[in-house]
Design a protein. Structure first.
Length: 256
């Protein structure tokens, strides 16, 4: 099974490179997608022929351990010798692009009801949020020229940097995910994403739990309450595709 997977990856890589040659030139970017186990973004970049790696403390659910660094993403940030889950060693002198999805549990404004339980600041959760901010900022301040950090709207109490833009799933190849789920992007050395093949949104992706909206069908959400939070946090295919297409084109034009 491992041999078949390796052969598939090799064929996939060769076809992607041939496609890029036919388009008029080859610029292979080295891309790190930090805190990604779904490999949705990683696969989108691989499809365009780039040397992309996902990295997470969990094994990947995307089916490509040969593209996955199992371990601390802050270590992978440094480049140098990296080892993917198939045991292969790779050398990355410098990452061309970082896309990071740091955990949002304690930073997200959606968790304000736990942060301000009983109208008092929950000190334990506040400290957890500060630790999460420190982790977030390690990516935001990484010594990499092109950076995109993705997270939901953060709670104001943590005084996070202002995001570069806010995006929605329905704005990017939205036919297969016509939902609202506002996401912030913090960009360095990259342009804002431009919507492509946007559709009319049908409603929220995540269920709204406020009492004022419990009877509103449009606010029930495509993702059901109680579903695994990890699954609800996965990057939508259209957004991953937009990352790969628009960011790689921008950096390639910069390099040429």
């Amino acid at each position: 099974m491992t041999l078949i997977r390796l052969l598939f990856s090799l064929i996939f890589w060769v076809l992607a490179i041939l496609y890029r040659i036919l388009k008029g030139g080859v610029v292979i970017l080295r891309v790190l997608i930090a805190c990604e186990e779904s490999q949705e973004v990683c696969k989108a970049f691989r499809l365009l022929g780039h040397e992309a790696y996902s990295c997470d403390i969990q094994p990947p659910s995307g089916g490509h351990p040969e593209w996955h660094i199992l371990g601390n993403a802050l270590t992978a940030l440094q480049g140098g010798q990296i080892v993917t889950m198939d045991g292969t060693q790779h050398y990355v002198e410098q990452w061309d692009l970082l896309i990071a999805h740091p955990p949002c549990t304690y930073l997200s404004n959606a968790g304000a009801r736990w942060l301000w339980a009983g109208h008092k600041l929950n000190q334990e959760r506040y400290q957890q949020g500060l630790e999460a901010k420190e982790f977030f900022m390690a990516f935001y301040n990484a010594q990499i020229k092109h950076i995109c950090v993705e997270n939901p709207i953060p709670s104001a109490v943590y005084e996070m940097p202002k995001p570069s833009q806010m995006i929605q799933p329905y704005e990017f190849y939205g036919k297969n995910h016509p939902w609202t789920k506002k996401t912030c992007l913090w960009l360095k050395g990259l342009p804002n994403l431009v919507p492509v093949e946007a559709v009319e949104p049908k409603g929220p992706y995540c269920p709204c739990g406020t009492s004022a909206n419990k009877g509103n069908v449009r606010n029930r959400g495509a993702a059901k309450r109680g579903e695994d939070a990890k699954n609800r946090a996965k990057t939508f295919h259209g957004i991953a595709r937009a990352f790969a297409e628009q960011f790689s084109e921008y950096i390639e034009n910069e390099i040429r």
